[in-house]
Design a protein around this ligand. Structure first.
Ligand SMILES: Cc1ncc(COP(=O)(O)O)c(C=O)c1O
Length: 400
């Protein structure tokens, strides 16, 4: 018998070597209690959270919680069925209405996760004989959507407009083409040059899909994302998003103005062949989305936090993923996985949680400490975060 697990041996060995150094496992932390969007109890200690995707801090919003409780009481704990059978409740329609209003678009389709939204939309609209042209640093759900479909996959260098244009020009002019981009790339927190990318895509006759998972709620005047901020939202054919970040719950969606979009509900397998979201979840999502429409003060505070943290970390001597703050994600580049894990642990001991990210999820084999800010972090907390980075960085020897 061939052990099908033998392919994981290199990863198992790498993990064992890391844990043999005595460092705490960075990938199995338990949050014993969550006190607010920015504070939890981890290892018995009060810890500032700087590694969640709770950008707008909606998880403890009173209205959001009340809506969830009410729906749980009135509609029960789950739907036990697919959206196309018994799984569409009033709440799912209200959630889709909230999304249509939020994006000012004609159609909205709610999936059970953002992962499934990418999987479903990409694999369904780009079929045999079509081409998907995507940024090489695209999220796993985009790659998996491509794998699941039958289209030819063409990758181009990260955020490189010229490379995208070159690839597009090499494709048969009459072939169906879908360009897949992200607003904010989650590893380094950098923003795509969407204005230029959408222009070259349209000139080549391609449709454009933008995944705004990390920008919804925060970037753009109305929080519609990078496509809004760069003035190209009307030229984008599909926006994919998630409820697991700024919206503060779980779920995914696609919005579009395409006149035939509604057919997706019958042909998109990751929409049809899975149970729909529980009533409490769609109620919290709809309430949160409606509140995010009026979130401009929170957006301004989050930008301020992002600028202060970025400058503070740079002044302390850390190497960052971007020269300027471009989003709510600030990536601190570590020299290697071992020192990255040591720094992660030192920060946790200081009472600060960040995300440790390592290859293959990261570009260019980098080990990163990814900090994601929340609109509910107070200015005092941001100051405290910088103090903790300084102490931990000196202790581990990352900064002098
Ligand atoms: C760019 C991007 N797209 C999609 C997803 C998937 O979202 P979800 O957590 O809702 O499955 C993520 C989540 O990490 C993401 O970063």
């Amino acid at each position: 018998m061939t052990d099908l697990f033998s392919k994981f041996d290199p990863l198992i060995q790498q993990r064992e070597a890391l844990l043999a150094t005595g460092v705490t496992d960075p990938f199995s932390l338990v949050m014993e209690k969550v006190l607010s969007p920015t504070v939890a109890i981890c290892n018995g200690r009060e810890t500032i959270l700087l590694g969640t995707y709770n950008y707008m801090g909606m998880t403890f919003d009173e209205d959001v919680i009340a809506a969830g409780k009410d729906a749980l009481a009135k509609f029960g704990s789950g739907t036990t069925g697919s959206r196309v059978l018994n799984g569409t409740y009033q709440g799912h329609k209200e959630c889709e209405d909230a999304l249509k209003e939020f994006y000012a678009m004609d159609h909205a389709m709610v999936f059970s996760t953002g992962y499934q939204a990418n999987l479903g939309i990409i694999s369904t609209i780009a079929g045999k004989g079509d081409y998907v042209i995507l940024d090489i640093d695209s999220h796993a759900s985009i790659y998996d959507g491509c794998k699941m479909g039958d289209a030819e996959i063409v990758a181009f260098r990260h955020n490189d407009v010229e490379a995208l244009e070159k690839r597009l020009k090499r494709l048969p002019p009459e072939a169906g083409k879908l360009v897949v981009l992200e607003g904010v790339y989650s590893m380094l927190g950098d923003v795509a040059p969407l204005q230029e990318m959408v222009r070259v895509s349209k000139e080549a006759g391609a449709m454009v899909l933008v995944d705004e998972a990390h920008s919804m709620g925060f970037i753009g005047e109305h929080g519609r994302g990078v496509a809004e901020a760069q003035g190209v939202i009307d030229d984008v054919d599909f926006i994919i998003g998630t409820f697991s970040k700024s919206v503060g719950t779980v779920g995914g969606f696609c919005v579009s103005n395409h006149p035939k979009f509604e057919i997706m509900r019958l042909v998109c397998r990751p929409y049809v062949f899975t149970a729909s979201l529980p009533p409490s979840v769609v109620a919290t999502a709809a309430t949160s989305i409606r509140k995010l429409m009026h979130g401009s003060n929170k957006r301004a505070h989050l930008w301020e936090n992002s600028k202060v943290l970025h400058k503070g970390l740079r002044d302390l001597g850390f190497t960052l993923g971007t020269d300027e703050p471009q989003s709510a994600i600030i990536a601190v580049i570590m020299p290697d996985l071992e020192r990255g894990a040591m720094m992660w642990e030192a920060l946790l001991e200081e009472g600060l949680y960040v995300n440790l990210a390592r290859p293959p999820a990261t570009p260019a084999n980098m080990t990163l400490l990814r900090c994601s800010l929340c609109a509910e972090h107070s200015s005092e907390q941001v100051g405290e975060i910088l103090d903790r980075f300084e102490r931990a960085g000196k202790r581990v020897g990352i900064i002098g």
